[in-house]
Design a binder for this molecule. Structure first.
Ligand code: SF4
Ligand code: MSK
Length: 671
C-alpha cells in the first residue's frame, strides 16, 4: 500500500496537525490518518450494497439485477442500511438530550451538587412555549415541570412531540399531510429497527418515509431538548473570546483535555479547575495550575459558554496526546477513538472514561453522577495532577487562533435588533436587498479519508466571497476557527462587499459559531424565526439557504441531514454516498439516491445530495440560493451593487485628500 501513503501535508491542511503527524512518523506511531491510508474501504459496503441483517447473508449485490438470498433488491438494502444509520445517529443525539432532561430534573429538586439554573429567562421562554405556568412561580418549580414534560417526550407513544409546535405552521401541515409527524424518539427508532428486520418493510420509499419521521423525532425532539436544557443549565451562549488549536496546550500547566459531547461533566470540570484547592494541589505538584481545553463538541460546549480553548476537532484527538503534554483526556460519549488508549500508553496520558454508557478497555473509569458532580470533577483533576510528574518530552505546536464563538439564535436576534427591538428583520432585509445573497450552514465532522479541514475551509471561503453568510457547528466550526475566519476583522478580508457591510455594521464575524453538533437545532430555530419575521416566504424551504457537511463521517450527521431536509433545507454532503451503488455494474442502483433527492424535494421541499467535489458543492449551493431568491421575487444577486459603506470604504475616504472626498462620496466633482 506504499503508493497510497499521503504526506502530512496531504493528510491535513492544519500546520499544527502536520507537525504532530511528522512527530508520529518519527516515533513510528500510527494515527487515524495513517490507518486510513492502510485500510482500503470496502466499495460494496461503502456504496450500501451489502446486507448483513440475517445470517443467510451477508449478501453482496454486485451484479445487475442480483438479489439477496431472501430476494431483497439493492434499493431495499440501501434504504434499510440508510434508515438504520439515521436511527443510530438519532439515538446518540437524543439520548444525550434525555440525560440533560434528567439533570434538569435533579437540579430543579436540589439533588445535583454544584449545578444551578443559569438562564432563568430562557427557562421561562421555553416553558411558555408549552403553556407551563411561569407567573409568580419559583424557577425550580418551572424547571421541574419542564423536566417532566421533556422526559415524557422521549417515550411519547401517540401524538406529536411537543417541540414541533416551534416549527413554521406550514411545515407542520406538510408533516401532517405526509404522515411523518414525529412521536417520541424511542418509538420512532424502535420502529426503524423493526421495519428493517428480515421480512418486514421492503418498499424503499416507504422505508425512507419512516427515516424522515425518525430524524424529525431527533431534530425537533431529542436534540432540540438537549440544546434548550444546556442553555438553561449552563447559560445561553453569547460572544466571548476564545482560542483554537493545539497551541492552547501549556507547557508549565497540568493539561486536561475534555472530549466527547455532553456538557454536564465538562462544565463542572471548568468550575473545579478554577477552585483554589485544585490550583494549590497543582502548584504543589510543580505546575502553575490546571489548563483545560477541549476536543470535538465538548470543546464547543465550553468554548462558547466560558471561552475555554479548543485544542482541536475530531481528527486532532490523537494529535493532542502526541504532544506529550496532556496529563488526562477525559471522555464522555461519541466520537472517541478506541485508538486513544493504546496511543496513551506510549506517553504518560491517562484516558478517563466517565459515562455509564462508554467504557474502553485499558482506560481508567471514573463514573460521572450528576448528584455529586463537583466531587467527581475534582477527583478527575487530582488524577491528572498526580500524573504531571510522569511527563516526558513535550512538543506543543505553536499554533493557535483567536475566535469569537457564542452566536446562539437568541444572541443573533439580540445583536440584530438590540434589547428593546430584538428581531431578525435586519437579516431578512439584507437578504431581500441582496447585500447577503443567502445563508449556508457548514457543519459536521472531519473524515480521515479527506484532507483534514480542507473541505470545510475551502467551501466556507468560496461562499464568503459570494456574500453568503455562514453559520457553523461541530468540528467544522473548529476548522474555520483555526483559520481565523471567526474573528471579525481577520475574516472580513475574505468576504464579498455586501456581506462585509453587514458584518461591519452589526459587528459580527462573517462565520458565526453556533455550537456543537447537537446544536444544529439552533439553525432550525433561526430559519423558523426568519420565516416568522416575514419577507422570505412562509416556510423554511423558501429561504435562500443551504446546509453542507463537507467532511461528514458519523451516523449523527445522517440524522441531522435528514431532519434538515424534512424541515425544507437543501443539504449537501461531501465525501462518498452511502447509497451510491455502482452504476457501472448495477443499473437500478440509483433509486434510493433519487428518492432522497428529487423524491424528498417533491414531498418536503428539501433534498439530500452527496457531492464530493468542493467546487461543485459551491456551485450547487449558489444555484439553489439564486433559485430561491428568484422564486421569492427578490432582486438578482449583483456583487457590484453594494460595498461602498463599510469600514474599509471609510478608511479609503480618509486616505483621500479632503478636496477629493466629496466626489468619492457623491460622485460629483467639487466646484
Ligand atoms: Fe441477505 Fe436478505 Fe438476509 Fe439481507 S436479509 S442478509 S439480503 S438474506
Ligand atoms: S464531534 S459527530 S466528529 S461534528 Fe460533534 Fe465532530 Fe462529527 Fe463528532
Amino acid at each position: 500500500m506504499a503508493d497510497k501513503k499521503r504526506t502530512p501535508q496531504q493528510q491535513s491542511m492544519d500546520p499544527a496537525a502536520q507537525e504532530m503527524l511528522i512527530r508520529a512518523e518519527e516515533l513510528g506511531i500510527g494515527t487515524a490518518f495513517t490507518r486510513a491510508d492502510d485500510m482500503v474501504p470496502c466499495n460494496i459496503g461503502g456504496a450500501g450494497m451489502c446486507c448483513k441483517i440475517c445470517s443467510m447473508g451477508p449478501c453482496r449485490l454486485t451484479k445487475d439485477g442480483q438479489t439477496g438470498v431472501c430476494g431483497a433488491t439493492i434499493d431495499t438494502i440501501q434504504a434499510r442500511n440508510l434508515i438504520r444509520a439515521i436511527a443510530a445517529g438519532a439515538a446518540a443525539h437524543s439520548d444525550h438530550g434525555r440525560d440533560m432532561a434528567f439533570t434538569l430534573k435533579a437540579v430543579a429538586n436540589g439533588e445535583a451538587e454544584g449545578y444551578t439554573l443559569k438562564d432563568i429567562a430562557k427557562l421561562r421562554t421555553v416553558a411558555s412555549h408549552y403553556d407551563i405556568n411561569i407567573e409568580g412561580r419559583p424557577p425550580e418549580e418551572i424547571a421541574n415541570d419542564l423536566a417532566d414534560l421533556y422526559i415524557a417526550q422521549f417515550g411519547q407513544q401517540k401524538g406529536v412531540v411537543a417541540p414541533t409546535i416551534r416549527a413554521p405552521k406550514k411545515r407542520q401541515l406538510i408533516w401532517e399531510e405526509q404522515g411523518v409527524m414525529p412521536r417520541g424518539v424511542d418509538r420512532e427508532i424502535v420502529e426503524s429497527l423493526h421495519r428493517t428486520h428480515i421480512g418486514d418493510d421492503q418498499e424503499p420509499e416507504h422505508i425512507l418515509q419512516h427515516a424522515i419521521r425518525t430524524a424529525l423525532s431527533d431534530g425537533w425532539g431529542g436534540s432540540l431538548i438537549a440544546t434548550d436544557i444546556s442553555d438553561i443549565l449552563f447559560g445561553t451562549p453569547a460572544p466571548v473570546l476564545g482560542q483554537a488549536n493545539l497551541g492552547v496546550l501549556k507547557k508549565d500547566y497540568v493539561n486536561v483535555v475534555v472530549h466527547g459531547h455532553e456538557p454536564t461533566l465538562s462544565q463542572m470540570i471548568v468550575a473545579a479547575s478554577q477552585a483554589p484547592d485544585i490550583i494549590e494541589y497543582a502548584q504543589k505538584a510543580g505546575a502553575k495550575g490546571v489548563n483545560l481545553s477541549g476536543i470535538c463538541c465538548t470543546a464547543n460546549e465550553i468554548l462558547m459558554r466560558q471561552g475555554i480553548p479548543a485544542a482541536g476537532n475530531f481528527l486532532q484527538q490523537e494529535l493532542a496526546i502526541l504532544t506529550g503534554a496532556v496529563e488526562a483526556m477525559v471522555v464522555d460519549v461519541q466520537c472517541i477513538m478506541q485508538a486513544l488508549v493504546n496511543l496513551a500508553t506510549k506517553f504518560h496520558t491517562e484516558i478517563i472514561t466517565t459515562s455509564k454508557k462508554v467504557k474502553i478497555t485499558g482506560a481508567t473509569h471514573i463514573e460521572f453522577d450528576e448528584h455529586k458532580a463537583l466531587t467527581i470533577a475534582k477527583d478527575i483533576l487530582k488524577h491528572a495532577i498526580d500524573n504531571y510528574k510522569n511527563r516526558g518530552e513535550v512538543q506543543i505546536p505553536d499554533y493557535r487562533s483567536d475566535l469569537i464563538p457564542g452566536f446562539s439564535h437568541e444572541y443573533i436576534n439580540y445583536m440584530l435588533g438590540g434589547s428593546y427591538r430584538a428581531s431578525f428583520r435586519p437579516l431578512n432585509d439584507a437578504i431581500m436587498a441582496g447585500r447577503i445573497r443567502g445563508v449556508a450552514a457548514v457543519v459536521g465532522c472531519n473524515n480521515a479519508r479527506s484532507q483534514h479541514d480542507h473541505l470545510h475551509t475551502y467551501v466556507t471561503r468560496e461562499l464568503l466571497k459570494q456574500d453568503v453568510l455562514i453559520v457553523e457547528t461541530g468540528c467544522s466550526a473548529i476548522a474555520c476557527a483555526k483559520e481565523g475566519l471567526m474573528l471579525g476583522e481577520a475574516g472580513l478580508e475574505q468576504v464579498g462587499a455586501g456581506l462585509r457591510e453587514i458584518c461591519e455594521t452589526v459587528g459580527i464575524p462573517p462565520v458565526l459559531h453556533m455550537g456543537s453538533c447537537v446544536d444544529n437545532t439552533r439553525i432550525l430555530t433561526v430559519l423558523s424565526q426568519m420565516v416568522a419575521e416575514g419577507g422570505l416566504g412562509d416556510d423554511i424551504d423558501q429561504i435562500p439557504a443551504v446546509g453542507l457537511a463537507p467532511e461528514w463521517m458519523s451516523e449523527k450527521a445522517l440524522s441531522i441531514g435528514t431532519y434538515c431536509v424534512a424541515s425544507g433545507a437543501y443539504v449537501i454532503f461531501g465525501g462518498s454516498s452511502p447509497v451510491s451503488g455502482m452504476p457501472d455494474r448495477v443499473s437500478d442502483s440509483d433509486i434510493v439516491s433519487r428518492l432522497i433527492s428529487q423524491g424528498w424535494e417533491d414531498k418536503f421541499g428539501g433534498k439530500l445530495e452527496f457531492i464530493p467535489d468542493p467546487d461543485e458543492m459551491v456551485k450547487a449551493t449558489l444555484a439553489h440560493i439564486d433559485k430561491k431568491r428568484a422564486a421569492l421575487g427578490l432582486p438578482e444577486y449583483d456583487p457590484n451593487r453594494f460595498g461602498r459603506s463599510g469600514d474599509a470604504h471609510i478608511r479609503e475616504l480618509e486616505a483621500l485628500p479632503l478636496e477629493n472626498r466629496r466626489e468619492a462620496i457623491y460622485g460629483t466633482a467639487v466646484e
